[in-house]
Ligand binder design. Structure first.
Ligand SMILES: [Zn+2]
Length: 196
């Protein structure tokens, strides 16, 4: 326990390179971008995420999500951060009409080389171990950008979406239990993501 964070070089986004591609890259080379920083901005169709696509309603248009993603180092730890702006449309489990779910949020995941780096990040910081998410090592280490984003979206997506003010008439079925807490099927994703 002799760790004092003496090096206060907050090297955040010192030389961020912007990648200009129209489609969000499925994965990016860590060898190429981990040091220089990486930035991608653009629009993504919700249905382009395969697992998410199965949950979307076909009864409503699915506007594109705005995404601003970047890779940066802080305290010598690599982070993958992104800001999502937009909504998806699912099916209300009470009235079966489309219901809008807001995904707008800032997400930030520390990508650790190993567990020793846990002490370099804040208690509240989400993290993943790089060797558990890297899909390829050779010829270069690839970070599955799109999968990481989809994981976060799925965690934010309610299992039983409902309108806040759903007007479905329920008298004939008697009382509907209020908001029973069911377990998110993607809870396993959260379990993968370390929490101190
Ligand atoms: Zn409803």
């Amino acid at each position: 326990m002799s760790s004092t964070s003496k090096n206060l070089e907050t090297t955040q986004n010192n030389e961020t390179s912007t990648v200009t591609s129209v489609n969000m890259p499925e994965q990016i080379s860590l060898d190429k971008w981990a040091d220089s920083g990486f930035d991608w901005q653009g629009e993504v169709a919700p249905a382009s995420f395969e697992r998410l696509a199965k949950l979307l309603t076909s009864e409503h248009e699915q506007p594109k999500l705005n995404l601003d993603a970047n890779l940066y180092r802080h305290n010598n730890v690599l982070h993958f951060a992104f800001k999502l702006t937009g909504n998806i449309w699912l099916t209300c489990q009470r009235c079966l009409q489309p219901v809008e779910i807001d995904l707008t949020d800032n997400y930030d995941i520390a990508l650790l080389d190993d567990e020793n780096q846990v002490r370099l990040i804040d208690n509240e910081q989400d993290y993943l171990l790089l060797n558990e998410i890297i899909t390829e090592q050779i010829p270069e280490r690839l970070l599955p950008l799109k999968k990481l984003i989809e994981d976060e979206i799925l965690l934010k997506t309610p299992l039983a979406p409902k309108h806040d003010d759903c007007e479905m008439v329920v008298e004939q079925f008697g009382e509907i239990p209020e908001e029973e807490e069911s377990e998110n099927p993607f809870a396993a994703l959260a379990a993968l993501k370390g929490k101190l």
